[in-house]
Design a protein around this ligand. Structure first.
Ligand code: SF4
Length: 335
């Protein structure tokens, strides 16, 4: 019999598997997700019969990374390999008390964005809920994690069922109990997946924009051909949940590509009145690409101009560049 992993299951699914009551299933889920335990025999106050049934049919399922690299700025990149030999990377970012895990939702990616190493790596498969959750539970610092962002390898909306279930486990009381405000799912814009995500989850969402102009954006993000950013922004606006959910746009700034006055005006026109925040991000050049990031001065200018136009904007620092853990660089060390 192939044993199922308990990590990735809800209490209801554990109840069915173990033939237990729902209250016992909740205790088991709590133990697995909060204590990060890989031994069901240690779960207290559960009938022996339930434990025996579980050990016959399941494994706890947490597994750790197979390699890691630490950046000079403290960022750590981890390499995971699942049972199907799919490889994927995870990044741990520490900033004072805020400890963020950047998780992958797929091994590789099929969106083909030319400015991204993961896109060049190709698509190796969707990650299971277990694979996604273990990127948090399997880390040495897992108990201190405060934030999770789906900004690693893959397009989350292309693996939406597993991403939604992972968000549920990350935020449920019986799960890791992280705040929904501390979970962000990032996308290049797959409209059906976005609508489904916004219907089913209260977690934050970020859209990677690159350019406010459809024809230019299409050259950098092929998904624009089918799913248009200006329509997605209107959908995001309509799902803001009275401001409780944070909606943002990630705007990676590339010198002389998307940092002109025309781009600034285009950005303002697209975002004004939507309540969506803009995160300006320096570009991390990928191998064999001659483009460079916009200068710090240019980024400060963009931020200032957006803010005085009434748009919430900030500059995000790039971290982990020396271990290829920064935006767009994941999969650099994979074959
Ligand atoms: S930018 Fe995101 S969606 Fe595009 S290829 Fe890279 S991982 Fe995939």
């Amino acid at each position: 019999m192939i044993k199922r992993s308990l990590i990735g299951l809800t209490p209801e699914e554990i109840r069915v598997l173990a033939g237990s009551s729902i209250s016992h299933a909740i205790v088991i889920a709590n133990y697995l997700y909060k204590r990060r335990s890989n031994d069901v025999a240690l779960v207290p106050d559960i009938p022996k019969k339930v434990k025996e049934e579980l050990s016959k049919k399941s494994i706890p399922g947490i597994y750790g990374p197979v390699a890691s690299g630490r950046s000079s700025d403290g960022t750590i990149k981890y390499l995971f390999r699942n049972e199907s030999e799919q490889e994927f990377e995870t990044v741990l970012l520490t900033e004072a008390k805020r400890i963020t895990v950047c998780v992958s939702s797929q091994s590789g990616c099929r969106m083909g964005c030319p400015f991204c190493v993961t896109g060049r790596y190709g698509f190796r498969g969707n990650l299971s809920v277990r694979d996604i959750i273990t990127q948090v539970l399997g880390l040495p610092a897992s108990e201190n994690v405060t934030h999770v962002v789906f900004m690693g390898m893959g397009e989350p909306m292309d693996n939406i069922e597993n991403v939604l279930k992972a968000c549920k486990i990350l935020t449920a009381e019986w799960g890791l109990a992280l705040s929904k405000r501390n979970i962000t799912v990032s996308t290049v814009g797959i409209t059906p997946g976005i609508k489904y995500f916004l219907e089913e989850s209260d977690c934050n969402m970020a859209l990677s924009l690159y350019s406010p102009f459809p024809e230019e954006r299409y050259r950098i993000i092929p998904a624009e051909k089918k799913y248009h950013a200006h329509e997605i922004i209107q959908i995001m606006k309509s799902y803001r949940n009275s401001g409780k959910r944070r909606m943002s746009i990630a705007y990676i700034m590339i010198s002389d590509i998307n940092d002109s006055e025309k781009h600034l005006e285009g950005l303002k026109a697209l975002v004004t009145g939507t309540g969506i925040r803009i995160n300006l991000i320096p570009y991390n050049p990928i191998p064999s690409d001659d483009n460079i990031s916009s200068s710090n001065e240019r980024m400060q200018y963009f931020r200032h101009e957006l803010v005085i136009s009434g748009i919430s904007a900030s500059i995000r620092k790039s971290k982990g560049i020396d271990v290829s853990a920064a935006c767009g660089l994941l999969a650099s060390g994979l074959q």
